[in-house]
Design a protein around this ligand. Structure first.
Ligand code: CTP
Length: 413
C-alpha cells in the first residue's frame, strides 16, 4: 500500500503519456496523493483537464499559474514529495536531467527534489540504444535515481524490447516495494534501490575486459570478454562510496564510466595491465580481478604486417605474468584480493586450487556449462567459494550479480 504517500508524477512528451493516467489511478487506489508536473510536450499527448480530474489537483506545467500569476515553487514540491516518478521519461528529458538543463518546470522540480527519483524511460529502440541515451541513463543511475525498465529493470540487460515504458502496474509495484523496504529498515539505507555510503573511504582496484597480445601491427590474440562484469562491479563499489581504480583492457567504445568515484586506466596487453596493477595495489584496500587476461603472448611482435606464404605458420608464445599471483604475493594484512574463475569442466576443484595458488580471499566461479553465464551475456550465474564455504547464486543480470559480490567483499572489511 501507498497510504498517505506524496508522489510527484512527471509526465513528458511520449506516446506512452496516456499510460500516466493508469499510473495515477493505481497510485490513488493504493492511498497515495499525486501531484502532476507535465512538460509542454507532455500536454500534446494528454490533457491537463484529464490529469487534474484524476488527481483532484491542478496540474503544474508552467513556472507561474496562468490564472492568477502565482509562482509554482519547485523547491516546495521537492520538500513535499516522498518520491518523484517520471513516467514516461523521453530521451530529451533524460538528457536534460543528466545535464541540469532546467528549462521547464519538470526539470527544476527534479533538481530541487529531496526524495528518491524513479525514471521510466519511453522511446523507440534506436533512441534508447544510442550511446548518448545510455550514457545519460548511467549518469542518472550514478546520481542514485532508479531506472525502471521492462524485464530486469537494469541498464546492463539485453536491449531487445527495451525503450518501451514498463507497464503501469509494475511501476507502481516498484514504488510499493521501495516504501515497504524503507519502512522495514527504518531508513532509505539497506534498500537495494537507494545509494549507500557503506564503502566510503575504501579504495578498490578492479581489472576488466580482455587483453590483446600483438602478433603484428594488425593482428592480436584476444578473447571474448566484454568487460561488462568488471564495469558493473566498478559502478557498484562507486555508488557505495568507494574510490575505484578501474584498469581496463580493450573494450567496446560504448563501455563508459560516468561516476566521479571511478578513475579509469586503459591498457592493451597483459604486461601493461600487470604494470598498472603492481603500481596501484599497495594503496588499495582491495582488488577484484575480473579481467580475462591472456596467459600467453607472441614471443615477438612482427614490425610489419605478416604476409601469407604457402607454408604452415608457427607463432611461438611465451607466458604472460600472472597479475593475480603477483598481487597475492604482495598482499598485506588488512588488504583483500578477489579472483574470478571461468571454467568449462571440474569447475569447483579448479576454482579451489586457484583460490589457494593466487592467495585470494574468495573466488567467483562461473561455468560456461551454465546457460546465460560467462562472456558476452548480460547475465551471470555465480558460485562464491572461500576456503571453507561455497554459496551458489541464481542466474541474474550482471548489475545484480555485482551487488552480491560487493556484499561479500564488504563482509570482509
Ligand atoms: N588472472 C590474472 N593474470 C593472469 C591470468 C589470470 O590476474 N595472467 C586472474 C584473472 O583475472 C582471474 C583469475 O586470475 O581473476 C583466474 O583466471 P584464470 O584465467 O581462470 O586463471 P589461470 O591461472 O590462467 O588458469 P587457467 O589455466 O585455467 O587459464
Amino acid at each position: 500500500m501507498l497510504q498517505g504517500k506524496k508522489i510527484v508524477l512527471g509526465i513528458t512528451g511520449s506516446i506512452a503519456a496516456y499510460k500516466a493516467c493508469l499510473i495515477i489511478r493505481q497510485l490513488i487506489k493504493k492511498g497515495a496523493e499525486v501531484q502532476v508536473v507535465i512538460t509542454p510536450a507532455g500536454k500534446e499527448f494528454v490533457t491537463p483537464i484529464t490529469l487534474s480530474a484524476l488527481t483532484s489537483k491542478p496540474v503544474i506545467s508552467e513556472f507561474f499559474s496562468q490564472r492568477d500569476g502565482t509562482w509554482h515553487s519547485h523547491v516546495d514540491l521537492g520538500l513535499w514529495a516522498d518520491a518523484m516518478l517520471i513516467a514516461p521519461a523521453t530521451a530529451s528529458t533524460i538528457g536534460k536531467m543528466a545535464n541540469g538543463v532546467a528549462d521547464n518546470m519538470l526539470i527544476t522540480t527534479y533538481l530541487s527534489m529531496k526524495a528518491p527519483v524513479f525514471v521510466a524511460p519511453a522511446m523507440d529502440l534506436d533512441m534508447y540504444a544510442h550511446p548518448s541515451t545510455q550514457k545519460n541513463l548511467q549518469i542518472l543511475q550514478s546520481y542514485g535515481n532508479l531506472i525502471i525498465e521492462p524485464g530486469t529493470g537494469f541498464l546492463a540487460s539485453k536491449l531487445e524490447g527495451k525503450g518501451r515504458m514498463e507497464e503501469p502496474e509494475n511501476i507502481v509495484t516498484q514504488l510499493e516495494q521501495f516504501f515497504a523496504e524503507k519502512e522495514a529498515t527504518g531508513t532509505a539505507e539497506g534498500c537495494a534501490l537507494s545509494p549507500k555510503d557503506s564503502m566510503k573511504g575504501k579504495k578498490v582496484l578492479i581489472t576488466a575486459g580482455p587483453t590483446y597480445e600483438k602478433i603484428d601491427p594488425v593482428r592480436f590474440i584476444g578473447n571474448y570478454s566484454s568487460g561488462k562484469m568488471g564495469f558493473s562491479l566498478a559502478h557498484e563499489c562507486a555508488i557505495r562510496g568507494a574510490e575505484v581504480e578501474l584498469v581496463c583492457g580493450p573494450v567496446s567504445e560504448t563501455m563508459q564510466v560516468n561516476h566521479p568515484n571511478i578513475h579509469r586506466t586503459n591498457v592493451e596487453s597483459a604486461r601493461e595491465m600487470h604494470e598498472a596493477c603492481l603500481n596501484l595495489y599497495p594503496q588499495m584496500d582491495s582488488a577484484i580481478l575480473c579481467a580475462a587476461v591472456a596467459d600467453y603472448a607472441p614471443e615477438k611482435t612482427a614490425p610489419q604486417k605478416m604476409k601469407r606464404t604457402g607454408d604452415d605458420m608457427v607463432i611461438c608464445l611465451k607466458p604472460n605474468p600472472d597479475i593475480a599471483a603477483s598481487l597475492g604475493q604482495m598482499k598485506k594484512d588488512g588488504q583483500t584480493l578477489i579472483g574470478f574463475a571461468l571454467e568449462t569442466d571440474n569447475e569447483e576443484s579448479n576454482a579451489q586450487s586457484k583460490l589457494k595458488k593466487k592467495n585470494f580471499d574468495f573466488i567467483v566461479l562461473n561455468s560456461l556449462r551454465d546457460k546465460g553465464a560467462g562472456f558476452k551475456t548480460d547475465t551471470n550465474k555465480i558460485t562464491i567459494i572461500t576456503e571453507n564455504k561455497k554459496t551458489e547464486y541464481p542466474l541474474k543480470p550482471k548489475s545484480e550479480v555485482a551487488g552480491d559480490i560487493v556484499d561479500k567483499l564488504e563482509s570482509l572489511f
